[in-house]
Design a binder for this molecule. Structure first.
Ligand SMILES: O=C([O-])CC(=O)C(=O)O
Ligand SMILES: [Mg+2]
Length: 228
């Protein structure tokens, strides 16, 4: 299925609906990412196609360096050990999905998340840390992460690979799978089940909208986008 068609199928579906769709498709045990992975800011939502990157902890020793030497050494780390291979590969409607090295490091920050967004990514999902969080929140790129962090990557994290299956909060996410995230957390739909899952998720959403719309009317409450 084409990206545009997949995105159309999942357009407007809440995490709760997609969870139900997975159940209806017999996938009770699949999809739900650990609730430790949360939106960085209240109101963040995103739906997109996974473009994955795996990072790994480094065991390279940091040599004794003067601050002047450190500038060059850190720059080399970003060129040689942690090269930015992902930005130029991003397609419109994708979500950058990062299997973190799992260290107290901000592998995602206000700069790279905005760069990925400018390249077409709808949002960012990481099993690890984010830094520059106040700016990330101000920039309003949807980011879902496990924790906040402070450190840069040099001396700590190495690039491993692009477009490999990754583990995000106990869920295997493969390149091309559909990621849906909102205030209820994150889930991933295996792409081969996308049609069935979206169909029953849509049925759940429409039933729910009808039910809540009737309650809105009974309460004399003005209708909003969630019920029409
Ligand atoms: O420099 C990094 O690797 C992460 C970061 O702070 C940013 O992208 O803003
Ligand atoms: Mg930064």
């Amino acid at each position: 299925m084409e990206t545009a068609e997949l995105l159309r199928l999942f357009d407007g579906l809440r995490v709760a609906d997609v969870r139900d769709g997975l159940d209806w498709a017999g996938l009770h045990a699949k999809g739900t990412v650990s609730p430790e992975v949360k939106p960085l800011w209240q109101g963040a939502t995103m739906t997109g196609i996974a473009r994955t990157m795996r990072l790994r902890p480094s065991e390279k020793a940091v040599p004794p360096l003067t601050p002047e030497e450190y500038t060059g050494w850190a720059g080399r780390w970003y060129r040689e050990i942690y090269p930015n291979k992902i930005t130029s590969t991003i397609q419109q409607g994708e979500i950058v999905v990062i299997q973190s090295a799992g260290l107290p490091v901000g592998e995602v920050g206000s700069n790279n998340s905005l760069e990925w967004h400018a390249a077409g990514a709808t949002g960012v999902l990481t099993s690890g840390g984010v830094r520059d969080t106040d700016e990330c929140i101000m920039q309003e790129v949807p980011i879902f992460c496990r924790y906040r962090a402070q450190s840069m990557v040099q001396g700590r994290v190495e690039f491993d690979s692009l477009q490999v299956p990754v583990d995000i909060g106990g869920v295997l996410i493969r390149p091309g799978d559909i990621v849906v995230a909102d205030g209820d957390g994150v889930l991933a739909v295996p792409v081969e089940h996308a049609g069935t899952v979206a169909k029953y998720a849509r049925q759940e959403l429409e039933n729910d909208m009808r039910g809540r719309r009737a309650l809105y009317e009974k309460l004399g409450r003005p209708l909003d986008a969630s019920v029409q």
